[in-house]
Every structure is written in structure tokens, then in C-alpha cells.
Design a binder for this molecule. Structure first.
Ligand SMILES: NC(=O)c1ccc[n+]([C@@H]2O[C@H](COP(=O)([O-])OP(=O)(O)OC[C@H]3O[C@@H](n4cnc5c(N)ncnc54)[C@H](O)[C@@H]3O)[C@@H](O)[C@H]2O)c1
Length: 249
């Protein structure tokens, strides 16, 4: 299913969590993968060790020059850029009355400016070759989430951004879709537990009661959907937001 042999994928925030699982999944399907993160991690080495093709590229996705040079480095190394997964993200939660301007700007910038810069840089190659797949990470928080005015605005913004990319780029054989995960067990959700002083297992148990399939998500649950959207078999799916939350909403 969904053979990605010969394809080249860029996964931002690929150093851990959902990004790492996605990099592993795409590499397992045959893609050459650029694991892009603020600092180099073991993910690319692990993929290479298990017989896949991967490089680690350090890049801050909010820096325009760094993003352009990251995408060119990937194209030089692997010959093209076919798949972009805009996954890099941060949270800086606070209730509205306490939220600092810095924390508003940091979250909006990482998700929206970062996704914009990476898509703009990658489409140079995708348009030229008349094939591309862009998958952006939204969230169930896009629908409103206490303490996350910055993050929910960013994740809702990503949905509009995704639909516009679909409208503009479809004629060039490029699809753009978003996945919107619910509660996925990663360092990001673990950090919420730590910050709020709640035991992570207690937090997960409480969340599970509200989730239809009665478990929290694993990074692989999201990676599986991204892999579908990254392949040939999803060529007639674009501008969609797919919730990966184990629930009906
Ligand atoms: N974990 C969840 O429950 C959940 C739910 C919905 C959406 N998401 C989204 O999925 C994505 C991945 O989340 P995760 O839980 O794996 O997070 P994570 O914190 O475990 O990993 C995020 C990665 O992004 C990298 N990153 C942050 N800022 C960057 C920047 N400026 N440039 C390059 N890399 C940067 C980090 O270094 C880190 O490796 C994020 O966009 C997040 O908002 C997560």
C-alpha cells in the first residue's frame, strides 16, 4: 500500500513525537526523508540504521533564509522535494488575561509563519515537477481550547491556510491537507501535565473517558493518516481536515 519509493519527504519537527513517527513511517514506505528540527536528533540515524534513507537538517522553521537553504539542501541531497509535512510546533498555554504578547507571537509564528515559509520554499520544486503533497498539522484545539488562545488561533489558521494551498496548487498536481489530532501521547502533552502539576497517567485516564475509542492516541496513529495523504492513492483528496482523535469530533 502507498509505495513511496523514489519520493523525497521533508518532516519538520521530525526530531521527536508525531514528527519522528511520521519520518519513520514515510521512510518505511520507501521515501528518502529529511528530519528537520531545531537541533539534530537520533531519528535520521535510526532510519539509516534500519536500512532507510534519511538526513538530519537543523533549521528553525520561522527563519526564512534557513528554510530556503534547508529545502535546497534536501533537493541537492535527494534530487527533489515531493512531500512536505509541516509538523513543527510549540505550546505556550495560559488563560487569556495572563497570556504574554511574546507567548502569543511565538506560537503563531512557529505554526503559521513556519508552515507558510516551508510551503513557499517547497512549492518551488513541486510546481516544477507537477507533483507534490503538503500535509499540515492542525489540532482539535482549532475548535476552541481553554488556555490555548494562541494555539487554537494558530491551528484554526492552519485549516484556512491548507484550503488556500489546495485551491492555488491543485492545478500543479499538488494536494494540501491537514490532520487534526486530539490527545496524542508525546513530550508536548507530557509537558502540559508537568506544568499543571497533574500526574500524566491521571491526565490520560481522565482524557480516555471522553474519547470514543477509549484510549489516547499514539504518534503512529497520526503518522498512518499522514502517510496516506503523502502518497499517490490520495491524489483526489485535497483541502481536507482529517481529525485523528479517536472521537466523532
Ligand atoms: N501531541 C498532541 O496531542 C497534539 C495534538 C494536536 C496537534 N499536535 C501537533 O502536532 C505537531 C507535533 O506535536 P508533538 O506532540 O509531536 O510535539 P513535540 O513537542 O513532541 O515535538 C515538536 C517538535 O517540533 C520541534 N520544533 C519546535 N519549534 C520548531 C522550530 N521553530 N523549527 C523547527 N522545529 C521546531 C521541536 O524541537 C520538537 O522536536 C505539532 O504541530 C502539534 O501542535 C499535537
Amino acid at each position: 500500500m502507498n509505495d513511496l519509493a523514489g519520493k523525497v519527504a521533508v518532516v519538520t519537527g521530525g526530531g521527536r513525537g508525531i514528527g519522528a513517527a511520521t519520518a519513520q513511517k514515510l521512510a518505511g514506505l520507501g521515501a528518502a526523508v529529511a528530519v528537520v528540527d531545531l537541533a539534530e536528533t537520533v531519528v535520521a540515524k535510526e532510519i539509516s540504521k534500519s536500512g532507510g534513507r534519511a538526513i538530519a537538517v537543523s533549521c528553525d522553521v520561522t527563519d526564512p533564509d534557513a528554510v530556503d537553504s534547508m529545502v535546497d539542501t534536501v533537493a541537492d541531497e535527494f534530487g527533489s522535494v515531493d512531500i512536505l509535512v509541516n509538523n513543527a510546533g510549540i505550546i505556550r498555554d495560559d488563560l487569556l488575561f495572563k497570556m504574554s504578547v511574546e507567548n502569543w507571537d511565538a506560537v503563531i509564528s512557529t505554526h503559521l509563519r513556519g508552515g507558510f515559509l516551508c510551503a513557499k520554499a517547497a512549492q518551488r520544486y513541486m510546481v516544477e515537477q507537477k507533483w507534490g503533497r503538503i500535509v499540515n498539522l492542525s489540532s482539535t484545539s482549532a475548535l476552541g481550547s481553554r488556555g490555548q488562545a494562541n494555539y487554537s488561533a494558530a491551528k484554526a489558521g492552519i485549516q484556512g491556510f491548507t484550503k488556500t494551498l489546495a485551491v492555488e496548487l491543485g492545478r500543479y498536481g499538488i494536494t494540501a491537507n491537514a490532520v487534526a489530532p486530539g490527545f496524542i501521547e508525546t513530550e508536548m502533552t507530557r509537558s502540559v501535565a508537568e506544568r499543571t502539576g497533574i500526574d500524566f497517567d491521571v491526565m490520560k485516564a481522565a482524557a480516555e473517558k471522553e474519547i470514543a475509542v477509549r484510549r489516547v492516541g499514539r504518534p503512529e496513529d497520526v503518522a498512518n493518516v499522514i502517510a496516506f495523504l503523502a502518497g499517490e492513492e490520495s491524489s483526489y483528496v485535497t483541502g481536507q481536515i482529517i481529525y485523528v482523535s479517536g472521537s466523532a469530533d
